[in-house]
Design a protein around this ligand. Structure first.
Ligand SMILES: CC/C=C\CCC/C=C/C(=O)SCCNC(=O)CCNC(=O)[C@H](O)C(C)(C)COP(=O)(O)OP(=O)(O)OC[C@H]1O[C@@H](n2cnc3c(N)ncnc32)[C@H](O)[C@@H]1OP(=O)(O)O
Length: 286
């Protein structure tokens, strides 16, 4: 209830801010964690430092920004990228899944589902400019896009690495992975929790193109120009034909998926795995 009210407030605040910035001449709107520029091809920048983890607030602001873009009929495509140096997104926020209560887990998961459904079934053209590390939920965001351009920096990796954390990618993450890289590659990468270098990601099909780091944005823009040349109605119907079954698979069992996530993540053994993983992240800093 409190979260729904917060969402309404954010939506209201977001649209006020959007109007004010538009009056200033810069066609952009922003909330704290997502900046959207609508001059030229629309660009959505995640800015939730240090690592663009998808906290509940970040998910909410992302979903609201997307909703606003979908409602603006002049926007046909969006480039998704990051403002955090070296990080596209560290994925779901581990602190939303660790040490909380079942009601929180359920609320969080509902918002993860919501963002995924909106992104994956968006009528807009989505191109990701992957300018940094993109594990798990970060990879999920990229996989929702129609085209993925990644920076050629071997320090940046991408993939669904959930099994390394002692957790399991849900069936709809898996479905999208299979749709993108095929069953055999997905089966292997999911079990091993593979984080692919840009070159490997290109080879296996996790990304469509790898370019020098300073060209990621210009390449994403030129890809967008090419896609914008296709009539919307035929592209949208085709996208819908390709993606509907995968989205419907979640839509028909959303509540059961929330229950499943909540009971899985609440288990002592899973909480212990997450604790160990968080400790490992801390120790890495030394
Ligand atoms: C039935 C279904 C059940 C479950 C399904 C759940 C599906 C889950 C999907 C997910 O997305 S889980 C998240 C997976 N993400 C990761 O494994 C990434 C972990 N992070 C990293 O590998 C690195 O942080 C990095 C993204 C490569 C960046 O490295 P860098 O050296 O630049 O930063 P550092 O590691 O020092 O991190 C800074 C700071 O941020 C915290 N952090 C990192 N990732 C997350 C995260 N995903 N959530 C929350 N917090 C995160 C990290 O602990 C550091 O915090 P500190 O400064 O307080 O120590």
């Amino acid at each position: 209830m409190a979260l729904a009210a917060a969402r309404r407030l954010l939506l209201h605040a977001g649209s006020r801010l959007g109007r004010r910035e538009a009056v200033d001449g810069a066609r952009r709107f922003a909330n704290k964690r997502v900046l959207v520029e609508t001059e030229g091809p629309a660009v959505m920048k995640l800015r939730n430092p240090p690592v663009n983890s998808l906290s509940l607030e970040c998910l909410t602001e992302f979903t609201i920004s997307l909703e606003k873009l979908e409602n603006d009929k002049s926007i046909r495509g969006v480039i998704l990228t990051s403002e955090c140096p070296g990080i596209f997104s560290a994925g779901l926020d581990l602190l939303e899944m660790y040490g909380r209560n079942p009601a929180h887990y359920a609320e969080y998961w509902k918002n993860v589902q919501e963002l995924w459904l909106r992104l994956y079934t968006s009528n807009m053209i989505l191109v990701s400019a992957i300018n940094g590390a993109s594990p798990a939920g970060g990879c999920l965001l990229a996989l929702c896009c129609d085209y993925r351009v990644m920076a050629d920096n071997p320090k940046y990796t991408i993939g669904l690495n959930e099994s390394l954390l002692g957790i399991v990618a849900p069936f709809w993450f898996k479905d999208m992975y299979v749709n993108t890289i095929g069953h055999r590659e997905a089966e292997r990468a999911l079990q091993l929790g593979t984080l692919f270098s840009p070159a490997e990601a290109l080879k296996v099909g996790v990304v469509d193109e790898v370019v020098p780091e300073d060209q990621v944005h210009s390449k994403a823009r030129s890809v967008m120009t090419k896609w914008l040349a296709i009539p919307d109605h035929s592209r949208q119907l085709t996208k819908n034909m390709m993606r509907k079954a995968t989205a419907d698979n979640l839509i028909k069992q959303r509540e059961a998926d929330i229950q499943n996530f909540t009971s899985f993540i609440s288990k002592d053994s899973i909480q212990k795995s997450l604790h160990m993983y968080l400790e490992k992240l801390k120790q890495k800093k030394g």
